[in-house]
Design a protein around this ligand. Structure first.
Ligand code: TXA
Ligand code: MG
Length: 346
């Protein structure tokens, strides 16, 4: 069933949706980052359906969503003072913390790890569904594994309809890029996946922070990584993509035009508003992701732009790189994977 709660949550429908969760069914719902596909995290059969619906590898663990901080100790234990500080400062919000798990969390959720990822969304629809379901909700991003995450229902409806029992439409998600994933290792918060909560934000609160080196590195399949999700192909359209990231703006425009021409102008470019008139593709083949200086807006638009580009079935998609600062770190982390590390830099 499709439920439209863009304007307002419908309380009768909320009861139906929460019953579905309690009965082991899957529900797509909005969070402030991206849409999630949720199931009762305490029910291994329900969680198993998520892996089937997404075609997700079983060694990639899920995030457990809660709506009340008191619930953290029901699923996690031995919380250190630094972890507590992170919880106090960044929850609710676009932040996920890896904690030592308790045994009531089924192995399928954590992919057998001794840790569990916990997130408390701030989105009111997400919070309503978690609260009234009365159970923690395991939810990965709503997309077929490997594809860009869903930030609007229109983008993912075709892909996932028929695989879930309910779709809750809360409009476009606010942030557009998944939560920052952090694990405290030897008392240092380590960012395993960058997001809206930046390294500077974390440093301000606990004094130090590290970015896992895999955030900007290519990962070999057989490697042992802190966050299993980092090793899989991700955020990728069907068409091959190439990231163009020149320091000098004139170079940037010159090389994009040169590459586009090599494809008889049939390439699609995902680029900045400022470059729209200076990059020569056929009319629809320039997808505007907004001003180069507004990284929050680019984060919000990027997954939808990738899907839009892919729908044109071009031979190649060229994507403009952004500054690796603030949320730009997260955007570049996603785009490098989108492009499977196919990057032109100058
Ligand atoms: O914003 C978000 O985080 C969204 C919304 C729906 O909440 N969810 C999301 O889930 O992005 P997913 O499954 O697409 O990404 C979860 C990431 C994966 O990279 C996974 O490997 C990592 O978190 N992860 C989960 N549990 C972990 C654990 N115990 N240790 C290390 N990494 C973990
Ligand atoms: Mg995902």
């Amino acid at each position: 069933m499709y439920y439209n709660w863009k304007e307002q949550t419908n309380t009768e429908e909320l009861k139906i949706v929460c019953n579905l969760i309690r009965n082991g069914e899957l529900v797509i719902f909005p969070t402030e980052t991206v849409y999630g596909i949720g199931a009762n995290a305490l029910d291994p059969l329900a969680v198993g359906k998520i892996f089937v619906a997404k075609g997700r590898p079983s060694d990639n663990p899920l995030i457990v969503h809660i709506a009340d901080k008191r619930k953290i100790e029901e699923v996690a234990q031995d919380i250190s003072p630094i972890e507590q500080k992170l919880i106090d400062n960044f929850m609710p919000g676009p932040f996920t913390l890896i904690l030592k798990r308790k045994d009531n969390i089924p192995d399928i959720v954590t992919a057998g790890l001794e840790t569990v990822a916990i997130r408390m969304p701030s989105n009111i629809i997400a919070r309503g569904i978690i609260t009234f379901s009365g159970v923690p909700i395991a939810a990965p991003s709503a997309n077929i594994s490997g594809k860009p995450s869903g930030t609007k229902i229109e983008d993912i409806r075709k892909e996932l309809e028929g695989k879930v029992s309910a779709i809750v439409d809360g409009g476009e998600t606010e942030i557009g890029i998944e939560s920052t994933v952090v694990k405290v290792i030897n008392d240092v918060p380590v960012i395993l996946r960058p997001g809206k909560i930046t390294p500077e934000d974390i440093k301000k609160v606990v004094g130090n922070v590290r970015i896992d080196k895999k955030v900007f590195e290519e990962i070999n399949d057989s490697e042992n990584v802190e966050s299993p999700g980092m090793k899989y192909k991700h955020y990728a359209p069907e068409s091959p993509c190439k990231l163009i990231n020149c320091e000098d703006e004139l170079d940037q425009i010159f090389y994009i035009n040169k590459f586009v021409k090599e494809y008889d102008n049939k390439a699609v470019v995902i680029g900045f508003s400022e470059h729209k008139e200076r990059i020569f593709t056929k009319d629809n083949n320039f997808i505007d992701i907004g001003s180069k200086d507004d990284l929050d807006n680019i984060a919000k638009n990027i997954y939808s732009a990738l899907r839009k580009a892919d729908a044109l079935k071009p031979p190649v998609i060229f994507i403009e790189g952004v500054k690796k600062q603030g949320i730009g770190i997260a955007i570049m982390n996603r785009l490098m994977r989108t492009c499977e590390y196919n990057i032109f830099e100058k």
